[in-house]
Design a protein around this ligand. Structure first.
Ligand SMILES: Cc1cc2nc3c(=O)[nH]c(=O)nc-3n(C[C@H](O)[C@H](O)[C@H](O)COP(=O)(O)OP(=O)(O)OC[C@H]3O[C@@H](n4cnc5c(N)ncnc54)[C@H](O)[C@@H]3O)c2cc1C
Length: 477
């Protein structure tokens, strides 16, 4: 059975890859003080897959190879398959203390988008991409790969198409076509887990025109391929008392540089068919927004839990305004799940696989992004100022200040200062730290900017039907 252990996953990252962080080259991502934390977080995905009690959730049959593989690499045939995928992503995020595991979800979102669009492309244009996509899925599943989705280009002037930019390197593009493959150049940015996956699946980020054909490009490449370099975003090492979440669970995004990288033809899934770049970007976006909807529930539950806990510790847990805010948090958490389940149940079917309902997936992503800051506000309003002003674990450890802290920072009857501080620190970590700020921005822009969802919703809704309804009601023609 092709399911790797977390040790095998970690070992596979020691492959000569070129990764940089904070101006330095990284020898081994699995032992680097900053990068080892998200690497360990990601390895949970492999631990869950090894747990016999979770078999039904984490494993599925891939019919093309007749083997049991990671559920992420299954061809989802039914709404039930999508519901299981949702459940798996949500469970991973719960185990990761609200932080998604992600190292197969985004890559398989890309695979599923390629499966749909390449079949249409082959049928319409007589190309032969679909068999390559299928073979690549089999390869990912058989080797149980950790796979990132690299879609977002650096983009230069956002108002211009790739071919109109002052430099061709603002979008990843074909530099040369050869008998055995292509040479590509450019950079993808913001790529989640880039320093510690096995391969990148690269897709176009936008719709294109005829002049952009060298930029209409999709391919797969190992992280350690010659000419590939990853510049990771910065972070710092934190202690668990003061940063109970971000000391253990987070992802590091990276900018991937493609410096004249050779890609053999069997790993190329789009090379010049500019008419399909937009379809690939949009189909991926729906898959990925469904993933977003699937992982957000545990984070919303955790916000609710920490708000109620600190209210209880402060002795105000039953106050009516606290209940009102907690009720808003319940609504936030459960509405996210309602959208995810509805998008699965009202799936469309393309190229033989179930595809999350695009309107509902976009509405759901828009809902959680637009409500996240308000959810944090509720937690902060309930928790009070000590979230940012309370002493630290070091003050609690210092014999000169320890007793004062124990005396003055205790809460309601029976609540010790240490327990209260632990909860306050968790709230600081989740709502008022650098990590919290990253996550606020990630909630807006991850899975695509909110404007991208507005555009998708506008395109998908039958506006004319509503206009006809209005005309009928008004008695106009
Ligand atoms: C934490 C995090 C993780 C991510 N992970 C991944 C990942 O794994 N893989 C991946 O491929 N991407 C990833 N992304 C990228 C994400 O999809 C982008 O952030 C998002 O699509 C917005 O693009 P941008 O950040 O480049 O912003 P920009 O494109 O610069 O957008 C900024 C603003 O400008 C507006 N804008 C952009 N273009 C136009 C235009 N032509 N006309 C008018 N307005 C415009 C946008 O609507 C937005 O409001 C991640 C992002 C974050 C923050």
């Amino acid at each position: 059975m092709p399911l790797r252990t977390s040790e095998e996953y970690l070992e596979s990252l020691r492959d000569g890859r070129q990764v940089y962080i904070l101006g330095e080259s990284v020898e081994d991502v699995t032992t680097h003080p900053v990068l080892s934390v998200p690497t360990k977080h990601s390895s949970i995905e492999f631990d869950l897959a090894q747990d016999p009690d979770l078999k039904d959730l984490t494993q599925a049959e891939l019919e093309t190879i007749g083997e049991t593989v990671s559920r992420y690499y299954q061809l989802p045939r039914t709404p039930e398959d999508l519901l299981k995928r949702r459940e798996l992503i949500e469970y991973g995020s719960e185990v990761g203390l609200s932080f998604p595991l992600f190292i197969k979800a985004i890559g398989s979102d890309c695979l599923n988008a390629l499966h749909i669009v390449c079949e249409a492309l082959d049928n319409n244009e007589g190309t032969n991409y679909s068999p390559r996509v299928k073979a690549y899925r089999d390869y990912c599943a058989s080797n149980d790969l950790a796979l990132a989705g690299a879609i977002t280009d650096v983009k230069g002037d956002r108002s211009k198409l790739p071919s109109e930019q002052s430099s061709p390197d603002f979008y990843v593009h074909i530099v040369e076509r050869k008998d055995d493959g292509i040479i590509v150049s450019g950079a993808k940015t913001h790529i989640t887990a880039a320093p510690y996956v096995n391969e990148f699946l690269v897709l176009p980020t936008r719709a294109m025109k005829a002049d952009d054909s060298d930029f209409a490009l999709a391919f797969a490449v190992p992280v350690n391929a010659e000419g590939v370099k990853v510049i990771a975003r910065p972070d710092s090492v934190k202690n668990q008392f003061d940063f109970p979440l971000s000391s253990r669970h987070y992802h590091i995004e990276g900018t991937i540089i493609f410096d004249n990288v050779f890609i053999p033809w069997d790993r190329v899934f789009l090379a010049g068919e500019w008419q399909y770049a937009g379809a690939l970007a949009n189909t991926f976006a729906t898959w990925h927004r469904f993933t977003g909807l699937s992982y957000k529930g545990p984070g919303a539950d955790l916000l609710l839990g920490m708000a109620q806990l600190i209210a209880d510790y402060n002795g105000v847990g039953k106050a009516s305004h606290i209940k009102a805010k907690i009720t808003e948090l319940i609504q936030y958490a459960e509405t996210i799940r309602v959208f995810a389940r509805a998008a699965a149940r009202e799936a469309e079917f393309h190229a033989g696989i179930a595809f999350p309902n695009p309107l509902l997936a976009n509405m759901g992503k828009y809902y959680f992004a637009s409500g996240y800051h308000a959810a944090l506000r509720n937690v902060q309003e309930i928790a009070g100022g000590s979230v940012v002003t309370a002493p630290t674990s070091r003050d609690l450890a210092n014999p000169e200040t320890k007793e004062y802290i124990q005396r003055y920072f205790a809460g309601a009857e029976g609540v010790s200062a240490e327990d209260r501080l632990r909860v306050l620190k968790m709230i600081m970590d989740m709502t008022a730290s650098e990590y919290a700020g990253n996550w606020m921005l990630a909630t807006l822009h991850g899975e695509g900017s909110m404007e991208a969802q507005r555009l998708s919703m506008y395109r998908q809704y039958d506006i004319q039907r509503c206009v006809e309804l209005a005309k009928k009601a008004a008695g106009t023609n």
